[in-house]
Every structure is written in C-alpha cells, then in structure tokens.
Write a new protein. Structure first.
Length: 527
C-alpha cells in the first residue's frame, strides 16, 4: 500500500489534532509528513514541576494516577508532540484515538499501551512517552504518631518520606506499619529494615487516599554477642533467624560461626535452647526458622581477635617506645633486648616494672576500715592484714638487672599487656630529710653508714626521733628501719621522723601505772 501525497498527509494530521483544545495544531506540512509544534502550549500546561522526587523514577515500579503529566513524542512519517494529563477519573485523551484509562498502571505498562494504540493508527512511526510531572495527593496518618490526619505525598513518595523519627511516639512500632489502599488492599511496611538494609518492594509506593497506620510495638527479639549492633529489636511479621543477622548488620569478624545459642521462651517462662550453625544458616540451611516473640540469639566471639598486646619501654634505653609481645611468652629481658639495651647512665640496679591492675581484690571494706585506724588502734593481726592488702594494691615493682642476667626465670617475669618498663638514670646521691638541721641531697660515698649522711645534713634536729629513722631503698622501694641497714646505697632516702610530744603528766601516768603493777605483784606474793 502506498502512502498518500502531501495533501492527504495534511488532512490526516488535521484529523489527528481535531480533539480537545489542549491539542491544537500549529505548523506547516512537507512532502514527508507534518510536524505539530506544541512547545508553547506544553510549557503553559505542564509548568515547572516542583514536586520532590525520591531518586530516579523506576518505570517498572511507578504507578500513574490523577495529576500525573505525560508527554508523547511521535516521529517518522508523522511528527507530533502530545501533552496529556491523567484526569481525576484516571483517563488521558489521545487525539485521533480517544480516551485511555491509565490510573494504576506502571509507567512501563502505560508506555506500551500508548505506543500500541498510536502505531495501530499511524504506520511507520516511532513513539516515546515521558513522565513530565509527578502528581501530588493526600494520605492519612493514624496510630502512634504525634500528629494524626492528612499529609501531602507525591507520586514517588515512600512511607519513609512521611515517617521521620520525629513523628513517632515512644511506643510506636517501626516494623509493623500498615498501609491501607482505598480499594481495601493493605500491606505491612518495615521501616527499620528499610533504614538498616535498604530493602523495599514494589508495593512500597504510596497512592492517593492511603491510610498509614502505626501500631504500638509489643513484641521483641534479642541478638547478643558477636554482632555489629547487639540489642533488642522489634519482631517483624516475616522475621526468620537470618533476619536477626540482617537487623544487627551481620557478624563481627571475631564471631564464632560454627555455632550460636538460640533460646526460645515459651509461656510460663519455659525456655528451649538449641545450637545453630551460623555458617550454614547464611548458606540457606533449613535451620532458618520463623521467629517468635521473646526469641534470643547468643553469638560467641573471640575477645582477643586481632588484639595486639604491647608494653612500653621508657627512660634510659637505646630505643624507647611501644613493643609488641606474645602473651604468656615474652619476658622482661626480651623487652630490654628489643629496646637494644641500656644507655651508659642507666640505673640497672632498680629497673621499674609498672603493671596496670587487671581485676584483683582491690580496695575492700576491711581495708578501708583499717586505713582509718592508727597503728596503735590495730591489733597485730589487723596490722599484718593491712600491710598485706596494701602490698597487693601496689603496681610498681623493682627488678635488679644483674639478677635477671643469672638466668633464673623466676627473676625474669613474663610481661602482660599494658606493662610499662621504666629505666631511670643512675643516681650517685643520697637524700636526707625530716628532723635534721640541713635536709638535702648529698654525694654518695661508697661504704659510708647512715650516721655519715645525717652528719652531712647537720645532725639531728631537736625533735628528731633518733631511734625511729627509716630508709627507703632505691633498689626495691622498701621502707626499712635504719637498724636493719648496714650500708647506704646510691639513691637511698633517709627519713628522720619527729619525736612525739610527751607531757609531764604522760611521764607521771607511766610511773603510776608501773608502781601499781609492782604493788599488785607484792600483795599477791605476800598472800
């Protein structure tokens, strides 16, 4: 069949645009066809769309409705631009063809219908239908929301667009939201799954007149241990074991995947437990059972996973800093070797190991009670108990390098994570303080006794307690009586305490007490 000449083509074009006023022709013909120029009217009819879009419209998902604006482009033997709006009755009008019901169809389905109709009317033409503007409409919020009633939505709106966190009441459900369509159909919307994993379905898009009902959250499940976000979660309508891992952003790298403990609590607090393989569960094993209210999943994990233990070496060493250690194997001497040994002025007679407290007894009620008493108020057993607990609280130890070098493992402690090794500078001095006339720091003189350094300090002050002088050893930090020390060592600290005040009455009371005791003995003997 041959196509008509130019005059017939013009007549067909005129017939094609003899429809409603919004599709009038303005243009000129040619030997190959007619181009209908509707650009001016298109701009006036559609205007500039200000409706917000939640991303690119998916033609397979987006459903048309009253208020949507389309533009149909036809080219080939005939060239036309046809603007059309979906009316309140869901119908569009195609010039030369007639009305077409599009409401409820996806954009992809509408394109197919429009293309089929135009190509059945005009041969050898190409057709493209574009969504020019999305519609706006009213939906209704109800249930556990702070403001109920109508809100404006758009053709591409999802429930999440109308449900920010600020709209919910504290008791609101986020996983069992019901969307009811005007035709009576409804579906359950899982907002939390959308927020966490970005999962959605084609039914998520809202329609004009929809009712969004937010119920109260009443049922919960728990996931604990080696997951990214452990805690309680609301139970959704289609939750399974794998949903627990989805809600918590999956397993931690340290999680044990061979087994996890699944606990289900029945009525009457009767619990049932079973072991599930997370590895097989993620591969689609039949253990992926539906969940019930109160179900809990406990995922074990390795607390030391990728945990590099280290110690710190500071002070007079060649290379100070943090060093990695192997738990249970690295010793004190290994750390010194890794630090490349000591500097020339290092004091190797009193190396310090400062160990952080990892649990332990710590301060107890009994220790706190004894700490408030003076020595005279304690019994001997209380005093020894107090000293033992005080020593247990100490985290600072002295180590003599010469003894470590003898090879005795008992003198070369195994290091633990967080240990600090401090190598101080050698001190060739002795400090004297307390009740002396000129307290100060004096040069160390090998072989000298305590009296020598007290004389350097000007001798005892008037109130100095000569019989109670104490020495703090630089080697081990111990505080000992002067009578127990033969020679002073570099860095030692000599402390002269103050003699307590004793009045004349104190002396008289002592004498009276002694006299009374003697008299008691004499009377007893005579009897």
């Amino acid at each position: 069949m041959r196509w008509p000449r130019c005059g017939c083509v013009l007549m067909l074009a005129a017939m094609a645009f003899s429809g409603p006023a919004h599709a009038q022709q303005s243009g000129s013909g040619s030997g190959n066809g007619v181009e209908g120029d509707f650009s001016a009217h298109t701009s006036a009819s559609l205007g500039s769309s200000s409706n917000p879009l939640s991303g690119t419209v998916d033609p397979e998902v987006y459903r048309l409705g009253p208020g949507d604006a389309l533009t149909v482009y036809v080219w080939g033997r005939i060239m036309m631009t046809i603007p059309m709006d979906v009316g309140p009755d869901g119908v569009v009008f195609i010039p030369g063809i007639g009305p077409l019901f599009l409401s409820g169809l996806t954009l992809s389905e509408a394109r197919e219908h429009i293309t089929d109709l135009i190509q059945s009317r005009y041969r050898s033409v190409q057709v493209q239908t574009k969504l020019q503007r999305v519609r706006s409409f009213i939906v209704y919020l109800s249930g556990e929301v702070k403001t109920q009633g109508p809100v404006v939505a758009y053709g591409s709106s999802l429930p999440i667009d109308l449900l920010p966190d600020s709209v919910f009441t504290p008791q609101a459900s986020r996983r069992n939201i019901v969307v009811r369509h005007p035709d009576g159909n409804e579906y359950t919307y899982d907002l939390q799954i959308f927020q966490i994993a970005g999962l959605r379905t084609s039914s998520d898009a809202l329609r004009g007149g929809d009712i969004i009902y937010v119920p109260r959250a009443t049922r919960y499940i728990g996931v604990w241990g080696g997951v990214a976000r452990p805690g309680l979660y609301e139970l959704g309508p289609f939750d399974r074991l794998t949903t627990m891992l989805l809600l918590t952003d999956g397993l931690l790298p340290s999680a044990f995947r061979d087994s996890a403990l699944f606990v289900r609590t029945r009525r009457g607090d009767r619990a049932e437990s079973s072991w599930v393989s997370l590895e097989r569960l993620l591969e689609g094993a039949p253990q992926d059972i539906p969940l019930e209210d109160g179900d809990n999943l406990y995922v074990s994990y390795d607390p030391a996973y990728r945990n590099v233990q280290r110690v710190t070496v500071t002070g007079q060493v060649v290379k100070a800093g943090d060093l990695p250690i192997e738990a249970g194997r690295t010793r004190f001497s290994d750390a010194i070797e890794a630090a490349r040994g000591f500097l020339p002025d290092a004091d190797t007679t009193a190396l310090r190991l400062i160990r952080p407290r990892h649990g332990g007894a710590g301060s107890t009620v009994e220790f706190d009670r004894l700490a408030r008493l003076s020595r005279d108020e304690m019994t001997e057993s209380e005093y020894e108990t107090f000293r033992a607990q005080l020593a247990d609280l100490s985290t600072d130890f002295r180590i003599e390098w010469s003894r470590v070098q003898k090879g005795d493992a008992g003198l070369d402690p195994i290091l633990v994570d967080g240990d600090i090794i401090r190598v101080d500078r050698r001190l060739n001095t002795v400090r004297v303080d307390g009740q002396v006339r000129r307290p100060g720091v004096f040069d160390f003189d090998s072989g000298k006794r305590i009296g020598y350094y007290i004389e350097l300090a000007g001798g005892f002050a008037e109130r100095g307690a000569r019989s109670k002088v104490r020495i703090t050893r630089a080697v081990n930090g111990q505080n000992v009586r002067a009578s127990d020390v033969d020679y002073i060592q570099p860095g030692d600290f000599i402390w002269v305490p103050e003699r307590p005040d004793r009045t004349l009455w104190d002396h008289a009371r002592g004498l009276i007490t002694i006299a009374a005791q003697v008299a008691t003995v004499i009377i007893a003997v005579r009897r």
